[in-house]
Write a new protein. Structure first.
Length: 274
């Protein structure tokens, strides 16, 4: 083999070496999918859950200033399954989506209703609790449904349209507005109003606190399916959370927690009945 042939072979080997070295590997790393929140949480060792801690019994601060409530118990169960610590991040309705998009939290609970508009910006798990609207009444009132409300008074919070659901059924009712939910509830207790219309889960909690009250067994508006919110595009994390929900629902743990906080069994199936 002459010198020229040796040079050609050496050049070819050099080209092969260049083709198989780091630059190609760097391109593969650069083009790889971003790490899932699941791996991030496991590596960090802490799960950050955004929750509305001003909406009892879903989330609130107890007498010692610690987060508590139905959502908080679910968050504790999730962190326990993952083997990580839990950090509850107080969240408002307005910053639920921004907090996810800017990675301030890993997941949001916070009474989050699934809908197409929100799904343009974030992802949703399967439902974990279902809500509609019903009426809070005194047990002695004899009121069983909206059809018993003709000529009676409904207490609502100022700015709310809750009383319109009954009027839309062709039932003549009086609407009496109050500054807060607690003021409207007090009006029902004291007989100044016959009923209050609100989220049935919230009302179930109020009836648990005061056994003289009860909640009518009706759905005055279409059912709302509340779910965990996650950052859009993270299918691995979404799959994990759905598996968590499947397991706590199948085991009955979710229903037990609901009864603990709301004093009653869940009224509606977690998924629509077609």
């Amino acid at each position: 083999m002459n010198a020229t042939s040796l040079k050609i072979i050496a050049g070819a080997l050099a080209l092969l070496a260049v083709a198989g070295c780091t630059p190609t590997e760097e391109k593969q790393v650069a083009g790889a999918a971003p790490q899932s929140t699941l791996q991030t949480v496991l590596q960090r060792g802490t799960l950050r859950v955004g929750d509305c801690l001003s909406f009892a019994p879903f989330g609130f601060y107890d007498k010692d200033g610690k987060p508590d409530g139905y959502d908080v118990d679910l968050a504790k169960a999730l962190a326990s399954k993952m083997g990580v610590k839990l950090e509850m991040v107080n969240t408002t309705s307005a910053n639920r989506i921004p907090n996810l998009q800017t990675n301030k939290v890993d997941v949001v609970f916070c009474n989050f209703t699934r809908n197409l508009e929100r799904a343009k910006e974030i992802g949703f798990t399967n439902p974990y609790v279902v809500a509609s609207e019903a009426m809070l009444v005194r047990k002695e009132s004899g009121i069983k449904s909206a059809h018993d409300m003709a000529g009676k008074t409904i207490a609502t919070v100022k700015g709310s349209t809750n009383g319109d659901e009954v009027r839309s059924m062709g039932i003549e009712v009086k609407i009496q507005e109050y500054d807060s939910s607690q003021a409207a509830i007090l009006a029902v207790k004291q007989g100044q109003a016959d009923a209050m219309i609100e989220d049935n889960n919230f009302l179930a909690y109020q009836a648990k606190l005061d056994p003289t009250l009860t909640v009518t067994n009706e759905a005055l508006v279409p059912l709302e399916y509340n779910a965990f919110g996650v950052k859009q595009g993270d299918q691995v994390w979404l799959n994990y959370l759905n598996e968590f929900l499947f397991e706590i629902n199948a085991s009955g743990e979710n229903a037990t927690l609901y009864q603990k906080w709301f004093g009653d069994k869940p009224r509606y199936p977690l998924n629509p009945q077609f």
